[in-house]
Design a protein around this ligand. Structure first.
Ligand SMILES: Nc1nc2c(ncn2[C@@H]2O[C@H](COP(=O)(O)OP(=O)(O)OP(=O)(O)O)[C@@H](O)[C@H]2O)c(=O)[nH]1
Length: 385
């Protein structure tokens, strides 16, 4: 088994969206400006053979249609994929072959789990998952020994076509058994997160959004900004989307309703598809991008470009859109605040690189950044009434 870098042959994101290092204005940075691939947080995709690991990676990050995954070949060695879509979302995904054996001499646990931010373990809900649970336990034990900061995420996958009751029952059973296994091994303190997923609906994007959000040290700042922007603008819910992958990197702290998320995702598709018809692919999403869709239930979807890779999609009542000027003014405050967060992050990243520290140290800066923005950024937003 080899761990070489691989030039993944399948179709990737349009090159025009660029998967290199950019600042908030979309200007390309020096190759080292946001850290090289070795210092990027890593998300590992592990699980049994045919559980759906490669399909997840292809559908979420390479725009493959779910039906095409039927023809994917089994992965025979670790496949590394660099995700560089925005200055906030930068990580590597390592897709592991299902048959990987931790006790093989070539398996270098320190190297693999050392720089890992999150470990996504995929369990096929339609299959007998006894063996998968044993493998999961061994994986967690091995990984935790090397790196105690890893976030463990379990995707109970392929839940399409399964009734809601069975989904809940599988989740309860898997949760119970895996927690019991870890307690028996004396590791009660490990926190596991569970997600019900399928590539045939938006659940996989939602679950991956939550995984990625945990790797963004600025998440509380972004949530805070949205929490201030929303009530002052008469908006019900807003998502800050990475346009290419449709992962939302932040939302306000009100609960996420799946239907609202799906509507917002679909809006991005509509905007990009329509604008591609009338423009070249490079300019399908640019600084002028904005869109308004009126639904037949007195609701409005409003999209605004935040930077080259990020869009804010809001959902609000039609009557609240009467004062669009206030919403737009507040949006500009919000966008300015986001760009300040970017600048601070870049500055800090450069400092850390010069000092030879790693990116996790940014977490310690979190409170500092947040206070800075509470005082001077979005809090200047105008109330809508
Ligand atoms: N119904 C359903 N099928 C899925 C889903 N995700 C993946 N599959 C199917 O599961 C099969 C295996 O998918 P892969 O992505 O190749 O699985 P893998 O875990 O990468 O497999 P290995 O490379 O052998 O470890 C394919 O036929 C996919 O179409 C899902 O959400 N629902």
């Amino acid at each position: 088994m080899s761990y070489d870098d691989d030039d993944y042959p399948a179709d990737t994101f349009p090159k025009d969206f660029g998967y290199r290092a950019y600042n908030q204005d979309g200007l390309e940075l020096e190759p080292n400006a946001t850290g090289n691939s070795e210092t990027k947080p890593r998300i590992l995709l592990m699980g049994m053979r045919r559980s759906g690991k490669s399909s997840i990676q292809k559908v979420v990050f390479h725009k493959m249609s779910p039906n095409e995954t039927l023809f994917l070949e089994s992965t025979s060695k670790i496949v590394k994929d660099d995700i560089n879509n925005s200055s906030f979302v930068q990580f590597q995904i390592w897709d592991f072959p299902g048959q990987i054996d931790f006790f093989e001499p070539t398996f270098d646990s320190d190297m693999i789990f050392g720089g890992c931010g999150a470990l996504v373990f995929v369990i096929d809900a339609k299959d007998d998952y006894n063996e998968a649970l044993t493998k999961f336990k061994n994986t967690v034990l091995q990984a935790y020994k090397v790196n105690q900061r890893i976030k463990f995420e379990v995707f109970i996958h392929k839940v399409d076509g399964i009734s809601d009751d069975s989904k809940m029952e599988s989740q309860r059973d898997i949760h119970q058994r895996s927690s019991d296994d870890l307690s028996e091994a004396g590791l009660n303190q490990i926190h596991l997160s569970f997600h019900l997923t399928s590539i045939y609906d938006h659940s996989i994007f939602e679950a991956f959004s939550k995984v990625v959000q945990k790797l963004i040290p600025q998440l509380p700042t972004l949530e805070n900004l949205l929490n201030i922007f929303i009530p002052n603008s008469g908006i019900e819910k807003a998502f800050l989307f990475d346009v290419v992958s449709k992962i939302y990197i932040a939302t306000d702290s009100s609960p996420v309703d799946m239907q609202t998320y799906e509507l917002c995702c679909d809006m991005i598709d509509v905007v990009i598809d329509l604008s591609s018809i009338y423009s070249s692919e490079e300019t399908a999403f640019d600084s002028g991008s904005s869109s308004l869709i009126k639904l037949n239930n007195n609701t409005i979807l409003y999209l605004r470009e935040v930077n080259k890779f990020l869009a804010l999609v809001c959902i609000l009542r039609e009557e609240n859109f009467n004062r669009q000027g206030v919403i737009d003014y507040n949006f500009i405050c919000f966008r300015d605040a986001i760009s300040e967060v970017f600048e601070l992050r870049l500055k800090r990243q450069k400092q850390l690189e010069n000092n030879g520290q790693d990116d996790d140290d940014l977490l310690d800066e979190q409170a500092l950044i947040r206070h800075g923005h509470d005082a001077g950024g979005i809090s200047r937003a105008q109330p809508i009434n």
